[in-house]
Design a protein around this ligand. Sequence first.
Ligand SMILES: *Cc1c(COP(=O)(O)O)cnc(C)c1O
Length: 397
Amino acid sequence: MMVSQRAGRIKPSPTLAIDAKAKAMKAQGLDVLNFGVGEPDFDTPDHVKEAAIKAIKDGFTKYTPVGGTDELKEAVKNKLSRDNGLSYENDQVVVSCGAKHTLYNIAQALFNPGDEIIIPAPYWVSYPDQALLNDAVPVFLRTSESDSFMVNPQALEAAITPKTRVLILNSPSNPTGLAYDKKTLEAVADIAVRKNIYVISDEIYEKLVYDGTEHLSIASLGSEIKDRTIVVNGLSKSHAMTGWRIGYAAGPKDIIKAMTNIQSQSTSNPTSIAQKAAVAALNGPQDFILTMRVEFDKRRKFLVNALNEIDGISCKTPTGAFYAFPNVSGIFGKSADSVKINGSLDLATYLLEKANVALVHGEAFGDDNYIRISYATSMQNIQKGAERIKEAVSALK
Ligand SMILES: *Cc1c(COP(=O)(O)O)cnc(C)c1O
């Protein structure tokens, strides 16, 4: 049977695929250390779980309004006002089944066939494929480590054509772990307004920032840029709620309305119980985030130091999210036991097979010179993993 042209254009998420492979090896009894994961290793806070249990006991188990309950929209609006200095009306907010779903709804609501979607590389794996699924054309805009992987405003301007519809921003970034500074965001905002393009601002890692980094939403830089930005966020990373599937968007009314209509014909509302949990997460005590951040920060420092001690690897210190993104191009060309390392996939495969260490090749994120190592795992695993990587890499000659 032939699948649709649309389905034929895309591949499964490579990060989820590596995670699945690592889990399968573990199930076979192999001592695999998994650094491929894209989710916090913390448990969802108790008060959030309690709110969900209460929702079940109270019978809050039916359809809700398609775009989320008024109670949850209120909590989202308060959060955006409190944390980001952004104020929205109820009809400027829509809640979906995770931020990935939110991003998909935006693509459905905004992209026309042939529209060009500017995606700074390295990028999160789903942006290009979601564009392809919606008949749009991903246009990759290379960024460099020396610019902390922020888009170069001149390069952005040069990449814009009459067909450009949207720029996707992700700060702090998965996979690079770096965040945009104010100056660059201002330059990007100025270009977006002048060139009449939309900005999708994926801020899912806003709460995970280190070294005094302050998260800034591009939408907060003025009313003109706010009118053309769709802010995307969710509970998965900030509250260790990946399994609950709650994400949300805030932005221009007509886009939010279209997203809500699309949702009404596809998934309907996000889970009623998860919505109650999300209200508790957004309105309740936020000390959980600090605890998680302190722990991530310790692991981050340890991991980056350990990586920089390995010959052929150099790792810029990440200031956000829970990923290290070391440059491994110094290893390319080396080999061990007839295995030659010519790129990031070769290296990731070698480390998985030789050292039982799972991580993601940079090529999956659009830059073959890097690998992504998630530190959303215990300090003990990180210590062991760094040792194993060091040993396996030093065996390459
Ligand atoms: C994890 C992640 C998301 C999606 O998270 P959901 O679990 O779907 O809410 C979106 N963007 C980036 C960059 C992510 O890393």
